[in-house]
Ligand binder design. Structure first.
Ligand code: NAG
Ligand code: NAG
Ligand code: NAG
Ligand code: NAG
Ligand code: NAG
Ligand code: NAG
Ligand code: NAG
Length: 815
């Protein structure tokens, strides 16, 4: 071996050493990645690579993150650091700078890109995580910078796209200029902070694509998306008013959403068989998806030709251009509205206009939102002459429009109808077509609501038999609760919460699925009857809750459950697939939960399958999220009222799902719900303490003083000995702080006076330690003794009573 050979050998060896060093997944201050040596590092679970790359048809060098996959289609560069300042050669270095920032340097050691943390620290380290997030941490492990806060064109699962109207802080995606140039292109994708929130793509500052308002489980303007994503998105407002959009497409391990150079959004996933990236969904599937395609007061329908038409009662603004397929100037009203005319008094004026219902619409942009009910929503719009349209949806609340209606689409499936204000004259001239619309609506409503309808009849019959006025199912605004004096009123009020799109199952099918409700398929006994496991002919597993024929008292709960849960969807709530109403049979069909309920795990005397602390904490968080959705994000405002370990079901992965809405209540308007929620918070507190301690609240500890779990917890807290409450099965010193924090949160939830208890939104933040370490000290708990005293505040609010040996609130009426 000559000297040259020797040097080569040494440098190869050296590279090997370097690679060995880099076989770890972290860059520390002494380390760097050099483009020359084609170094990269791999995230700790091997999903992503961090290193230098050149885009297709480009020789420029960039530092970025991409999947650790070989594919026919180009690599998916999910993040790029120096996108605005490419390296022209292979002299680049990615390293930790002396100020602690992560930097990209060129051959002259000039900084091309920096993480730009101002209070940066020495000895920081950078690490690509398996989520695709690149994090910079200080020596204590605190994340001081992360790439998820600075997305490029890709949204990865669990990344948070956010926007706050007050502070102006935003996290958004920006497109590449071209497939060979990652620098910032024309398109921006982000969240619009408003009620209800929307997702947007903007092109050079103008709206280019709009999702339609978020309905609590999906984007109302993109029903087709629902089939792809199901519960794959979440869009919530956090405490400081930041709207946060994230997606977690759990079905596929590898998936991401890319804002393309053309302004489209594509959900791409890794096809394991083809070993390539595939597009599962695109935002701009038809021309109708372009923002404002048909101009103001126009409506787009991709199945029509031409796709644009004017809304009913409107005509093209510029007929010549319109007929040539130039829709930009939109439409204008044919007959002026009478409302607000000088010669009319207010009440007469309102008689002169009416609302035309347009079914299944993507509602226009610029909605104004108010927390009003269906009927009030209409009234509110009718009485205000500047209101030209409204829409109501239980997931979105009351929306009204005063500006010209833009970006309205006709959809093939949607729960949302748009009501537009027209002069009566205009409604009349619609004569025949209006009748057709009416008939269609009537038939549609009847058809869709067969399930409800049959139920109502059955209830009415049943009620007539019982001749007893009862049934507090719904609460009216301004009243803590209301009893409906007769059946008609009950039915009328049920009518307000339409049960739509709830599939009906036939009895035969369910009987065969459950082997004729065989004893061996019985999962347990629910509030109003047995629950069976079943397998449908297509292999889907279900749980069937069958109302006992003899159980008169289960009826209301059954109805309540249908009404409440059919309108809800959240990954921490059990899903209702449908119902069965045949003859005397009443059944509810749910998704099947292989791991049964939380109490089976917690209070299993054998402790065969103990849950470790991580799992328990996940369960606590999941329940919190479910409650938050019920209380706030669903806009339906639901109080569960019977939250307990046996009503928390666990799925395959032990994710918690709240079930049993038989005694839940829908709160409408802004009545004393805030306080009521705080009352309900106690149930969460109890469950939390049960999870942490592994003990039932209804068992009694310390015989002498007959303390319930809450009493015991309070006593131990005061004795500075709360650590002994922790279930020994989960205790590990490293978790102690976290567990104690949970206990403290639990105790805060069960404080004696409702006004002291934190609302669920705060509880969730407390759990996630978003609120700094100093939680307030809890005050005395409610229900600490065996003879549980009435909590006067709460009993006044929701007219509840507490049964003697557990803290289940039961309805006063109807028993
Ligand atoms: C990767 O690192 C993260 C954060 O440090 C850690 O939570 C995770 O368990 C690690 N994954 C693997 C497979 O080591
Ligand atoms: C790269 O260049 C080739 C040849 O010019 C062209 O056919 C191809 O479409 C380009 N690819 C991209 C992604 O621009
Ligand atoms: C999602 O998962 C279900 C069952 O786990 C499967 O049937 C379905 O095809 C999956 N969807 C996609 C798009 O892969
Ligand atoms: C109608 O068209 C004119 C000219 O194109 C435009 O100025 C006006 O704003 C349009 N009106 C509406 C309601 O769009
Ligand atoms: C479309 O019509 C508007 C006026 O209604 C006009 O200003 C515009 O130039 C037209 N666009 C095209 C592409 O013809
Ligand atoms: C005044 O109101 C009456 C109905 O109240 C209506 O018939 C009439 O057309 C209105 N006059 C004008 C000028 O709007
Ligand atoms: C009518 O609605 C507009 C816009 O929402 C609002 O500014 C105005 O105060 C309302 N007027 C009345 C009388 O409520």
């Amino acid at each position: 071996m000559g000297p040259v050979g020797m040097i080569n050998f040494l440098s190869v060896l050296c590279c090997l050493c370097l690679n060995l060093v880099l076989a770890i997944d972290t860059i520390r201050s002494s380390q760097s990645i050099k483009d020359k040596d084609s170094d990269y590092i791999i995230s700790n679970g091997s999903t992503f690579k961090l290193g230098f790359f050149s885009p297709v048809n480009s020789t420029n060098r960039y530092v970025g993150i991409w999947y650790n996959k070989n594919s026919v289609s180009p690599a998916q560069w999910v993040w790029v650091a120096n996108r605005q300042k490419p390296l022209k050669d292979a002299s680049g270095v990615l390293t930790i700078f002396k100020d602690g920032n992560l930097v990209v340097l060129d051959g002259q050691k000039k900084i091309l890109w920096s993480s730009e943390v101002t209070n940066s620290v020495v000895n920081s380290k950078a690490q690509p995580l398996d989520s695709g997030n690149l994090v910079l941490q200080d020596t204590t492990g605190t994340i001081i910078w992360e790439s998820f806060q600075f997305p490029t064109n890709t949204m990865l699962p669990n990344m948070k796209i956010s926007s706050n109207a007050r502070t102006g802080k935003k996290v958004q995606c920006t497109s590449w200029k071209s497939p060979s140039d990652p620098s910032i292109g024309s398109f921006l994708g982000g969240a619009q902070p408003q009620h209800p929130p929307q997702a947007f793509v903007w092109k050079d500052g103008s709206p280019f694509w709009r999702s339609g308002p978020w309905s609590g489980r999906t984007f109302s303007g993109m029903q087709e998306m629902y089939h792809v994503f199901q519960n794959g998105f979440s869009f919530v407002e956090d405490q400081d008013g930041t709207f946060v959009l994230s997606f977690f497409y759990a079905n596929m391990s590898l998936s991401h959403i890319v804002l393309t150079t053309q302004g489209d959004m594509e959900l791409r996933y890794w096809d394991n068989e083809k070993e390539d990236w595939k597009v599962l969904w695109k935002a701009l599937k038809s021309e109708c998806h372009f923002y404002g395609m048909c101009g103001e007061f126009g409506s787009c329908n991709s199945r029509n030709s031409p796709i644009c038409s004017c809304l009913r009662g409107f005509k093209p603004n510029d007929t010549k251009e319109w007929n040539r397929g130039n829709w930009t100037s939109g439409c204008v009203r044919r007959t002026p509205l009478q409302c607000g005319r000088v010669n009319s008094t207010g009440s007469e004026a309102s008689k002169m206009d009416g609302f035309l219902k347009l079914k299944m619409m993507k509602v226009p942009d610029f909605a104004e939102w108010s927390a009003t009910l269906d009927d009030d929503c209409r009234q509110q719009c009718l009485q205000n002459c500047s209101c030209i349209a409204y829409a109501y949806d239980i997931g979105m609340g009351c929306m009204s429009w005063t500006r010209n209606l833009i970006d309205t689409n006709q959809l093939s499936s949607s729960r949302v109808d748009l009501y537009i204000r027209l002069a009566y004259l205009e409604l009349d001239t619609e004569g025949d077509s209006k009748k057709i619309v009416t008939i269609t609506v009537v038939i549609g409503t009847v058809f869709i609501s067969i399930c409800t309808f049959v139920l109502w009849r059955w209830i009415a019959r049943h009620k007539a038999r019982k001749k007893k006025a009862k049934g507090i199912l719904l609460l009216k605004r301004g009243e803590a609760h209301k009893t409906f004096p007769n059946e008609n009123m009950l039915v009328e009020n049920l009518n307000q919460v339409k049960v739509q799109e709830l599939p009906l199952f036939n009895f035969e099918k369910l009987a065969s699925a459950t082997n004729n409700f065989h004893q061996s398929n019985k999962l347990g006994q629910g509030g109003f009857g047995p629950v069976y496991r079943g397998i449908l002919s297509n292999g889907q597993e279900i749980a069937v809750k069958r109302l006992s024929k003899t159980s008169g008292q289960g009826l209301e709960e059954f109805m309540n459950e249908v009404v409440v849960i059919s309108r809800l969807q959240h990954r921490n709530l059990v899903r209702l697939h449908g119902c069965c109403v045949e003859g005397e049979e009443r059944m509810l069909i749910y998704e099947y939960m292989p791991n049964k309920s939380l109490d089976a795990f917690l209070f299993d005397p054998q402790k065969e399958n103990p849950l470790d602390w991580r799992k328990r904490f996940n369960i606590i968080e999941g329940i919190g999220r479910g409650l938050l959705y019920l209380h706030r994000d669903s806009r339906l405002r639901i109080i569960h009222r019977d939250l307990k370990a046996s009503n928390i079901l666990l799925d395959k992965e032990l994710h918690p799902k709240i079930s049993d809405f038989g005694t839940a209540r829908i709160f409408r308007g802004n009545e004393d719900q805030a306080n009521t929620r705080r009352v309900v918070g106690t149930y969460f507190g109890v469950v939390l303490l049960e999870i942490v301690s592994g003990r039932k609240n209804t068992s009694f500890y310390n015989d002498e003083q007959s303390l319930s779990l809450l009493g015991l917890a309070w006593k131990l807290w005061n004795a500075d000995n709360i650590v002994t409450l922790i279930d020994p099965m989960i205790y590990e010193p490293c978790f102690e702080m976290e567990i104690l924090r949970c206990i403290q949160v639990g105790l805060l939830c069960v404080q004696e006076f409702a006004k002291d208890r934190p609302p669920v939104s705060v509880v969730v933040s407390m759990l996630k330690s978003e609120i700094a370490n100093n939680l307030p000290p809890p005050k005395k708990s409610a229900f600490t003794k065996r003879s549980i005293g009435l909590d006067t505040e709460s009993s006044q609010l929701i007219q509840s009573k507490c049964s003697a040996n557990n803290v289940t609130i039961t309805m006063v009426q109807g028993r």
